[in-house]
Design a protein around this ligand. Structure first.
Ligand SMILES: Nc1ncnc2c1ncn2[C@@H]1O[C@H](COP(=O)(O)OP(=O)(O)OP(=O)(O)O)[C@@H](O)[C@H]1O
Ligand SMILES: [Mg+2]
Length: 414
């Protein structure tokens, strides 16, 4: 019997297995020996009751033994996702996070909440560890992408797994997966980026800094996006000897640095098996993530090198404001990108338009996502510069300040 192993070491084997299942018109886990969480999430996305062309899943024949993969799939909530029942409670804390649906009226706020929940289940230490911060960042960016770009009315599915047996025994790794059945990266990018001709090109370009389907070539950001989410994620995978799989309508990209620190990605385009939506899997060994701030700093520097600058500009003032300046504490409750944007639109930008200076106090923030600062500052800093109104920044921790300066430089430079 041909036993399948659906593992992230060999994702093309998984994609081929899936394509075969789609061709035959149904999925069966009977012949599958073991499966990583990403494969189960992808099967769940394709067989879910509310997917446009849900693929039937072969039901279990009573009296026969379930494969290991099938048992795992049921344990992490495949049936609940397929039937639209309530999601399962996470079963084994710190080992797996059950399949969780990504939906809601405000996908962005939802993204941050779900990411926080997942990270707290898998890496529960307080204060959050460097690894927790890193996985939180990756999850938020991937979940935001589903909400902002996939156009999948059912939303996506997210799950996580700690791998610590077999080849992972000496060096446990965390695997996270975010999958949707939406339009795919090529479709999302091509209108704004006519130079992108194939799905394979689209994946490669989407991983470059400031490439987004929400603004045209040559710009550095739109109100909500900087085109940096996937760039950061792929750079994190490179820096932490991780694995990144992106499979999206017509193409796939797989980078595996776990065995070889300079391995190059394998990219397929056109006729190779793919995924009918967008499947993103990220995995890295926990031992590789010892310093979140250092990793992010290196990536920001790399992004800055790769972003053509017309003029280098600085406008923010990292100093105490004169007495009487309007002062506000940033992120009083949480790092909510929607709240950041709404604060910018309702409080900060109207003041700047009236030419009234403002001081932003970052005392409560130790880490923040790129998207949070982008939502808060991208437009404001451009407006302040154009109107020559000062914005003061106080109490920013060194890592946060570095990130603020990064947003400032691309916002004013591009
Ligand atoms: N799940 C998805 N479905 C469809 N298209 C996607 C998906 N994820 C990413 N994309 C496409 O890839 C582009 C790049 O994504 P990336 O996360 O790097 O940037 P962004 O979301 O545009 O900006 P930022 O992440 O900085 O807010 C997106 O603009 C979109 O066109
Ligand atoms: Mg994004």
């Amino acid at each position: 019997m041909n036993r399948q192993r659906l593992l992230l070491d060999t994702p093309h084997q998984f994609l081929a297995w899936l394509s075969q299942a789609r061709e035959q018109g149904w999925v069966s886990l009977r012949e599958v020996d073991v499966a990583h969480v990403f494969a189960v999430a992808a099967v769940a996305a394709l067989t879910r009751y509310d997917s446009r062309d849900a693929l039937p899943l072969e039901s279990h024949e009573p009296g026969t033994e379930l494969s290991v993969a099938a048992r795992f799939a049921h344990a992490i909530g495949l049936d609940e996702v397929r039937d639209g029942a309530d999601e399962r409670e996470p079963m084994e804390r710190q080992r797996t996070v059950t399949l969780t649906l990504v939906r809601g009226s405000s996908p962005e706020a939802f993204a941050e909440r779900i990411a926080g929940k997942i990270v707290d289940l898998m890496l529960p230490a307080r204060p959050r560890s460097d690894a927790a911060n890193l996985f939180w960042f990756v999850l938020v960016e991937l979940l935001r992408n589903v909400g902002q770009h996939s156009k999948d009315p059912a939303g996506g599915i997210v799950a996580a797994q700690r791998n610590d047996s077999g080849p992972y025994a000496l060096d446990p790794a965390l695997q996270i997966v975010v999958v949707d059945n939406g339009i795919g990266v090529f479709e999302a990018l091509r209108r704004m980026r006519p130079s992108i001709q194939t799905p394979g090109d689209a994946l490669v370009r989407a991983l470059e800094p400031h490439v987004s389907g929400t603004f045209a070539e040559g710009h550095s950001g739109s109100v909500h996006n900087a085109g940096l989410g996937l760039f950061f994620i792929s750079e994190i995978a490179k820096k932490t000897r991780g694995r990144l799989l992106l499979a999206s309508r017509g193409a796939s990209y797989f980078l595996d640095r776990s065995q070889n620190a300079s391995a190059q990605p394998v990219i397929t385009n056109g006729s190779a098996p793919d995924y009918p939506g967008t499947l993103v899997v990220f995995e890295t060994a926990l031992s590789e993530v010892s310093n979140y701030d250092e990793i992010m700093k290196g990536i920001r520097e790399h992004a800055a090198e790769r972003t053509p600058k017309r003029i280098v500009q600085h406008w923010l003032r990292f100093e105490a404001p004169p007495d009487g300046t309007f002062r506000t504490l940033v992120a009083i409750s949480s790092e909510d990108t929607v709240a950041a944007r709404s604060f910018a639109v309702n409080v900060l930008e109207p003041r700047l338009l009236r030419r009234e200076p403002a001081a932003l106090d970052f005392a409560n923030l130790r880490v923040c996502t790129q998207s949070f600062l982008h939502a808060l500052l991208h437009e404001a800093v451009r407006l302040a510069w154009a109107l020559k109104v000062p914005i003061f920044v106080v109490n920013a921790a060194p890592a946060v300040r570095a990130q603020i300066e990064f947003v400032e430089s691309y916002s004013l430079g591009g």
